[in-house]
Design a protein around this ligand. Structure first.
Ligand SMILES: *Cc1c(COP(=O)(O)O)cnc(C)c1O
Length: 375
């Protein structure tokens, strides 16, 4: 079976360095909020091009705590509307509702799967106070246009960069477009820890100061609590693992790009629509870090069965749109035809930095041999 993502081989490649970093932490006797965290925060801020980075326990917390900090700073209040793509992973929306803000779902551009500036403009009301731009599957949303809209309408802009470490447009990376950006270091993400992890990047000193307190029980100073904060930490072991893995990120991205390019050139099947059709310009294309290689098919379920029979593991990101989830009965009656069609048609092919070209070619062959008849 060609696995969707072979994490064991990704981490085994650098196990010597990971073990050495682990030993360094064990021998230091310091396991929470120490040098490893500081070093990783500096390195990741520098990588993204931002002034600051704040490590937290996971990607969901990164988004929740950023919105929470804006509430503490008086920039958001309960009931404010936050625009978010209708086809995102549920975490982007959970972060909004956890803060008692109101998610306003916006249809994506069907070609890029990302927020569509025209649809954003149509969704703005006097209650709209923020936009969450999700860089889905590893490609930046149209940030030049979205940033302009945010500035013109005085909206806070939060990036959900959980799938887009290192993606850039005009040399400006994910994490450095919005007022703040949330990252996940879940093991399967492009920059993945060996457990849970997350971070916020930003250039806003006041926001960062608030975040540092919120992640630490609402406290800047021991036993003095300014906010009703939470415990959301990126521990020393995970920070040390991430420090090692960050040094491999660009190389891994190049390997993902090479696989994606090979798929794009060689998969030819009338039942398969490849990501980023010819209409997409080189700049946008360049920005893609291929967290996922997502194809579309009007015969998706049959195609998935065919690929499984050929020994190719695929996944669906995601099978059920957020507005159809039982968790959100208030959204269930709404209609988002573009998103609903995307959820019916998408299929993610294997992609990962240690995938061999033999496996890539086997995936291509399996895709090209799919046919369908209604008999
Ligand atoms: C993974 C992911 C998250 C959440 O990250 P966790 O670390 O799993 O909490 C948020 N948004 C998107 C788009 C994601 O893919």
């Amino acid at each position: 079976m060609i696995s969707f993502l072979d994490l064991k081989s990704v981490n085994s490649e650098m196990s010597g360095e990971l073990l050495a970093a682990c030993k360094r932490v064990i021998d230091s006797g310091w396991y929470i909020a120490g040098n490893e965290l500081q070093d990783f925060e500096s390195a990741f801020a520098e990588y993204c091009g931002t002034k600051y980075c704040v490590g937290v326990a996971n990607g969901l917390d990164a988004l929740i705590l950023t919105l929470r900090a804006w509430k503490e700073l008086g920039k958001l209040k309960e009931g404010d509307e936050v625009l978010v793509p209708a086809n995102t992973y549920i975490a982007s929306i959970l972060a909004i509702t956890e803060n008692r803000l109101v998610p306003v779902l916006v249809e994506p551009n069907p070609q890029t799967f990302n927020l569509c500036p025209e649809h954003i403009l149509k969704s703005i009301t006097p209650k709209t106070k923020a936009i969450i731009a999700v860089h889905l599957y590893g490609q930046l949303a149209d940030m030049p246009a979205i940033l302009t809209i945010a500035q013109e309408h005085n909206l806070l802009l939060l990036e959900d960069s959980a799938q887009a470490h290192g993606a850039s447009i005009q040399g400006r990376k994910a994490g450095n477009w919005g007022n703040a950006s949330g990252f996940s270091f879940y093991p399967g993400k492009n920059l993945g820890a060996l457990g849970d992890g997350g971070a916020i990047t930003s250039n806003d000193a006041e926001l960062v100061d608030t975040l540092r307190a919120l992640r630490n029980y609402g406290s800047h100073e021991r036993y003095k609590n300014l906010y009703q904060g939470v415990n959301s930490r990126l521990d020393e072991i995970q920070a040390a693992m991430l420090g090692v893995k960050l040094r491999y990120l660009d190389q891994h991205t190049q390997q993902r790009k090479a696989i994606a390019n090979t798929y794009l050139k060689n998969i030819k099947n009338p039942h398969i629509e490849l990501p980023l059709s010819a209409s997409v310009d080189a700049e946008v294309f360049d920005s893609h870090v291929w967290h996922l290689f997502v194809i579309r098919s009007n015969k998706r379920d049959e195609l998935q069965q065919h690929l499984t029979a050929y020994g190719v593991q695929t996944l669906i990101h995601y099978p059920i749109p957020p507005h159809k989830q039982s968790a959100y009965p208030q959204l269930n009656e709404k209609s988002f035809p573009v998103s609903e069609l995307i959820h019916q048609q998408v299929l993610s092919l294997p992609i990962g930095p240690t995938m061999t070209m033999a496996d890539v070619n086997a995936v291509i062959k399996a895709c090209n041999s799919f046919s369908f008849s209604d008999r």
